[in-house]
Design a protein around this ligand. Structure first.
Ligand code: TA6
Length: 286
């Protein structure tokens, strides 16, 4: 069936999917972290830092960290660990199924009020489908008795030839919170974004597909989404990357385009309700 439990980088337990129809992918149980996706006949789509720690309790640098049930330090910046606990927990494999559309892995994370910054009971099911696209579906549930506003981000590190030469389409006219600037939202005037320095933006109120054109690689990566109103674009650039133990010189080869629901677009979950946020990543040659 093409799914094996292997020792991934650093010895982390990981699911290795090999599907001759569609390619291969590796998903660590630690954080339900997608570490690699290689479409059939194509090249690696996700950037993974060779300097990453790859240990339990530490977030992997690269791939698709799953930020949940809060983003960064949460709405007031004080919640710990940063980006929530889901990416540093061991997830349970529920099943691995081969369908005509691809191989589907389903993983679960039970609610843990003791780990939640506000004592909430937020659970999740994550479905990763390796098909013609990589489809990531995060279902979040409020298993508690009080309403909860839940944040989530699929913090996708796209592999690029050089972040300084790619063009990012899809965010023209959208307003963003500049995490490196003031509190007021800024509107992106240009249709196309060319990164020229450290960038850390939360675009709000957008459901647009983002397309990263990479002429040097002859590749176009698109990130389409559903159930998501925020898109985060991040690259630390040279100085910030140099100050990060697990990133370093690799910053030129990555660009984060994150399917998210954060800050004023946190998902309001009444007790017993659920919401699914989906990212669909495709690679095409140009
Ligand atoms: O998504 C962008 C961001 O929140 C940045 O502010 C940034 O520092 C980054 O994620 C990485 O966070 P991490 O906790 O993985 O070091």
């Amino acid at each position: 069936m093409g799914v094996e439990l292997v020792r991934g980088p650093g010895g982390l337990a990981a699911l290795r999917v090999d599907d001759a129809r569609f390619g291969s992918a590796t998903v660590a149980l630690h954080g339900a972290h997608v570490l690699s996706w290689v479409p059939a006949g194509g090249a690696e789509v996700l950037w993974l830092s060779p300097l990453s720690a790859f240990t339990e309790g530490t977030a992997v640098r690269g791939g698709v960290p799953l930020c949940f049930p809060w983003f960064g330090g949460g709405p007031d910046g004080t919640a710990r660990p940063s980006h929530g606990y889901a990416r540093i927990r061991t997830w349970q494999l529920v099943d691995a199924v081969r369908t005509e559309h691809g191989t589907v892995l389903t993983l679960d994370l039970a609610a843990d009020p003791g780990a939640d910054a506000w004592g909430r009971s937020i659970a999740a099911t994550y479905r990763v489908t390796l098909g013609t696209a990589l489809r990531l579906e995060l279902e979040m549930r409020n298993d508690g008795e009080a309403p909860a506003a839940v944040e989530a981000a699929l913090h996708t590190y796209l592999a690029v030839s050089d972040v300084r030469t790619v063009a990012v389409h899809g965010l023209g006219g959208a307003a963003y919170l500049d995490r490196l600037g003031g509190p007021e939202p800024v509107r992106q005037a240009d249709d196309v974004l060319h990164l020229t320095g450290e960038t850390d933006r939360i675009y709000q109120g957008t459901d647009a597909t983002v397309v990263v054109e990479d002429p040097a690689l002859g590749r176009r990566l698109s990130v389409a989404k559903h159930g998501s109103s925020s898109t985060v674009v991040w690259n630390p650039w040279s100085a910030t990357a140099a100050a990060m133990a697990d990133l370093g010189p690799g910053w030129t080869a990555m660009l984060c385009v994150e399917t998210a629901d954060v800050r004023e677009h946190a998902v309001p979950l009444a007790p017993g309700t659920r919401h699914t946020m989906t990212a669909v990543i495709e690679a095409t040659t140009t």
